[in-house]
Design a protein around this ligand. Sequence first.
Ligand SMILES: [Zn+2]
Length: 443
Amino acid sequence: MKEEYLNERMETLSPGELRALQEQKFLKQLDYVWQGSAFYQDKFKAHGVERGDIKALDDLAKLPFTEKDELRKSQEDHPPLGNHVVAPLENIIRLHSSSGTTGVPTFVGITAHDQQVWTQITARSFFTQGIRKSDILIHAVGLTFFVGGLPCKDAFEYIGTTFVPIGTGASERVVMTTKLLGATVLHATPSYALYLAEWVRKKYRMEPAELGYKKLTVGAEPGGGVPEIRKKLEEEFRARVTEGLGNSDAAPVIFGECPYQQGMHFNAQEYIVCELIDPDTGEVREMRDGAEGELVYTLIDRECSPVVRFRTRDRIIVWTSRCECGRTSFRIRCVGRTDDMLIVLGVNVFPSAIKDVVTSFRPRTTGEILVLLDKPGPNVQPPVHIQVEYTAGGANLEGLKKEIEGALHDKLLFGPDVDLVPEGSLPRYEMKAQLIKKLWESR
Ligand SMILES: [Zn+2]
């Protein structure tokens, strides 16, 4: 059978053609950034680099990295959106947000042009995963704010898929709608798909496979690429599982795995330049089969909030060898994070944000915390176990536990289990505090 592509030319470019196309768009975008972004003007100047120093894509490494924290600070210092944003507010047609380290959203705006770009990239990633016009798709991930919501709607509509927006926390509706419509695809986080399998068995005494899905497209956390999780999902639902990966500051779904299931293909050929770097030294690594490192994005077609050399903190493995599907793009798996971030049912949780919330309970707490993990992250099943120090003389510990748990749940959107320990029980650090205890390492 002939392989189908959403954009055959882009998906089958030779490495030389891709490079030439990216270089042309990169230089054009750089002019735009240099002229329009006060944030990058300051940043490039501080780094001692001038526009004339960058003549080709090979010069990309002369530019400084952009960290998520810098974008957050830019928004704080220059409200409402920050001075890294180039487009005026009136040209922005929609605002999304990425889950921040502090619970305060960092906004990501898109113009009408940016929306079209996002739709192309995201639709290409889902089409690569085998999603077609003939499919009926149950969307069981968040719809508000989250870039995995409305932009995915745009992409599915572009493909022509029948999109059924259910959202999260509505398993009964997922099951009823799936049965009534004969839905063929479930779009969910891998954690939710696992949960749903158990839930239908308990609630309806039915096998998950009876839901009748042919395909599961999963994302927002790395579980879909973990062999044991994938095997369990495929057995439970008797459906093919493929995964996608995106980034709130770059595009909703940038990578999508083809039905040959050999890693996720890069699908933003003419929109994003990817680099692989050593997370410790920042040195660029060659992309070849088996290479590992941190993924870095440079947007080369973005109006509202262009980012240059944006560090994703996603740790990936790369393959460049030919895939049977005929797509020429490189493939990846995400194998973790290069920072402390945890993912709880698709929600990003930073231990530093937990500490901020707990610190707000001073003087009843000391502000010291320790997150206990019993297996390697970033995926953590709730409740998340957290030790919190209470201060001497602290009365009504049960009440304090409930209050802290409530605040963590409301502000950071995950389910905690707080264990109050006396003042002085947790380790103190002179340098960077270790907020996570890896129980499997101390056994
Ligand atoms: Zn492929």
